[in-house]
Write a protein that binds this ligand. Structure first.
Ligand SMILES: [Zn+2]
Length: 433
């Protein structure tokens, strides 16, 4: 069989189950590589309105392979604020590390991240931010000034009295130098920014990095500029993170080209979600804003697997909405169904070749597809109309399917749904290429 024609949606890098209750969400800790005594902890999403940071951490989790060394990633520390697209619905989380009230809704999450920071194996911590304008040591103009935060590597002090990674300034300078070799434009230049926290910087005393420093951990802030589009911020964050990994002897391979376009593509096009043990899989590139009569059942614990840790499924009045970072990706307007997902294969003819297909597959079609009768299944090609009693053994071309029934904005991908005794059994997607 031509492999290009039929493919299961990309195997899910991380399996995440959702919990639909609670107002403050748990964050994820994703461990990569082989755990050792030289672990790098990368934190993204401490403030929900800084997508450069949390998208970078999530790409590190989904699209990097760690071939040597140990990497821990928290891509969505303040997940609730990310989904709310708010800096901090319960106040600035990055000011809660010196003191936090036990009744603070974020208390448990702060305790949990502190616990990871303290872990003996964690030796270096990078907290990712998107800051305003462009940090400069001397005033150049309103956007390029010492009170700006974008495009810099932040340390609280020059050094820490410890053997490994104690020379914070040298490490940060090495990151700055490395990023500056690959600038997209001269004004994006990185600088070292020492906040001299110990000398009375009351605000910085409350931050995650200063807390980490006081636990004897080398900790750095990495800032990209909010003046840049998100995928360019990610470009700079990833350059910096790759340098930190190099400094620590952590080896990696990356599954995309480290360029603004390569990054834009993986963020927006290499994403998917599946439901009911894979019997429904949705590619999310170009997904329409709303899918109607979607066969998932409301008011039951709905498990979903997302390709990305920044996805969250929330129940609404008439279905669910899938969030991805700061964006609302798709609304699933649901129907009441009983689900009996099955592992059976069904037969579909595609461009004169007969295939055995598992549910959850995406089938690429050039000319036509033809559903073959399957024992016991009722089959519904969404959008196809016929006077026959069922939809089997009819060649279906793209022109037979109105674009309003496609799941994507380009009018290429259509749903074929299988039912057994009115219970939903599985879905296959047909993509006209
Ligand atoms: Zn920030």
């Amino acid at each position: 069989m031509n492999l290009g024609m039929l493919r299961l949606l990309k195997p899910l890098a991380i399996l995440l189950a959702t919990s639909l209750c609670g107002s403050v969400y748990d964050f994820d800790l994703i461990k990569k590589g082989k755990e050792d005594n030289n672990t790098l902890l990368v934190v993204g999403g401490i403030q929900g309105d800084e997508p450069g940071g949390f998208l970078s951490a999530s790409l590190l989790a989904t699209h990097y392979k760690i071939t040597k060394g140990s990497l821990w990633i928290v891509p969505n520390l303040n997940f609730y604020s990310i989904i709310q697209r708010s800096r901090g619905p319960y106040g600035d989380m990055n000011r809660k590390f010196a003191h936090i009230d036990q009744n603070d809704p974020e208390y448990a999450n702060i305790q949990r991240i502190k616990h990871y920071i303290q872990a003996d194996t964690v030796k270096l911590i990078v907290n990712l931010h998107d800051g305003s304008g462009f940090y400069r040591p001397y005033f150049e103009d309103k956007c390029r000034a010492p009170n700006r935060w974008g495009q810099c590597s932040i340390i609280d002090q020059q050094a820490l009295p410890m053997q490994e990674y104690g020379d914070l300034e040298t490490i940060a300078n090495s990151v700055v130098e490395y990023v500056n070799k690959s600038l997209l434009r001269p004004k994006d230049r990185y600088h070292l920014h020492n906040t001299h926290t110990k000398e009375g910087n009351k605000e910085m005393e409350k931050t995650l990095t200063y807390y980490a420093i006081n636990q004897g951990k080398a900790a750095f802030g990495n800032e990209a500029s909010k003046s840049l589009p998100a995928h360019e911020r990610v470009y700079y964050h990833l350059l910096a993170l790759e340098r930190y990994m190099q400094i620590m002897g952590i080896e990696y391979t990356r599954e995309f080209d480290l360029s603004p376009l390569g990054i834009y593509n993986v963020i927006n096009n290499d994403i998917s979600v599946s439901f009911y043990k894979g019997s429904i899989s949705l590619p999310l590139a170009d997904i329409k804003k709303e899918l109607h009569y979607f066969p998932i059942t409301k008011n039951e614990q709905l498990e979903f697997q997302a390709s990305n840790p920044l996805m969250k499924l929330l129940e609404t009045k008439n279905g669910y909405v899938l969030h991805y970072g700061n964006r609302e990706l798709v609304r699933l307007l649901t129907d009441k169904f009983v689900h009996t997902p099955t592992k059976e294969k069904v037969k579909i003819e595609v461009d004169r070749e007969l295939h055995d297909i598992t549910f959850g597959s995406l089938l690429e079609v050039k000319d036509y597809f033809m559903i073959k009768p399957s024992q016991g299944f009722r089959i519904n090609v969404i959008g196809f109309q016929t006077h026959q009693k069922d939809e089997c053994d009819i060649k279906i071309h793209k022109k037979n399917l109105p674009a309003c029934f496609s799941i994507d904005t380009k009018g290429k991908i259509y749903r074929v749904e299988y039912y057994k005794d009115d219970a939903f059994a599985g879905m296959i997607l047909v993509k006209f290429v």
